[in-house]
Design a protein around this ligand. Sequence first.
Ligand code: SF4
Ligand code: SF4
Length: 77
Amino acid sequence: MAKISKGKSKVTVYPDWCKGCGVCVEFCPKKVLELDEHGKSSVVREEDCIHCGFCELHCPDFAIVVTDKETGEPNNS
Ligand code: SF4
Ligand code: SF4
């Protein structure tokens, strides 16, 4: 079960792996992500992230990682 801790998450997108499918943008309940002008996912409201892990779970290219800002631990550890 993912812990919900708004404002304590670090969201990292690896643009080389992102193919711009938009799944993460669609699934994020807090609109943390948007597609940028290059068609890649971009973190625009990291402070609103509730660490639900949906983006990481649903990205078909493993291009997103959500970690705890303080500990660096992954989402579901
Ligand atoms: S789900 Fe993954 S591949 Fe698709 S836009 Fe988001 S980061 Fe990119
Ligand atoms: S972990 Fe949840 S709230 Fe945070 S960016 Fe991903 S989908 Fe959005």
